[in-house]
Design a protein around this ligand. Sequence first.
Ligand code: SAM
Length: 233
Amino acid sequence: MRFDVLTLFPEMFPGYLSQSLLNKAIQRGLVDVQIHDIREWAKDKHHKVDDRPFGGGPGMVLKVEPVVECVEAVQQFDERKGKVILTTPQGKRFDQRTVEDLAQVERLILLCGRYEGFDQRVIDILQPDEISIGDYIVNGGEVAAMVVMDALVRMVPGVLGHVESNVDDSFSTGNRMLEFSQYTRPREYRGFEVPEILLTGNHEQIQRWRQQESLKKTTQQRSDLLKNPNTEK
Ligand code: SAM
């Protein structure tokens, strides 16, 4: 899977890309991440990528030309044209179902906004999927792009070993429930003990206990997940 990230702050990415699972996936050639500086597509000598909003108001708006031209150029860097994703609080809320859908796409081009966001014509021209990581505002689309990549690499075959398997992950398909409680050593800490059943080695009973735990936890913490998706608004 290939990601192209278009940003005004490329230096935010090397640390993130050089660690943990994502780094291993890159090293093993399972995932390719290319970072592009939108500023390189600015037309004037000061590399200006933002301007004041027509109609007045606070803040600056990302200009249409460098963004559109950057995307069009980056699209040529690979034979797969790629799906363009624009990060914005006004987009569709990112969830595990979207992760599973996007995991089928071989190349994603992630657009990171800044300031007051993009000139509307970026959206009109590129017709991207607009994605929000939640109903709150962060300073820029870089962290949103990291969230999207982080969730998606978990779905790339071979990225997760058995130890980090996503089979029981909360929200995954066929499991609209939270994951059961997990425990590791020690067996007892400050009077809090690991449930006896997990120490029995009886896999059938452990499996049943985990399903019950999962249901209990979901009922207590996220009962909305138990509603029939077909009856949801
Ligand atoms: N003024 C904009 C609004 O109210 O919709 C918010 C702009 S925000 C400060 C700057 C950039 O951060 C956005 O263009 C977007 O790329 C990113 N961003 C902020 N919150 C986000 C969210 N919840 N989901 C995805 N991207 C977000």
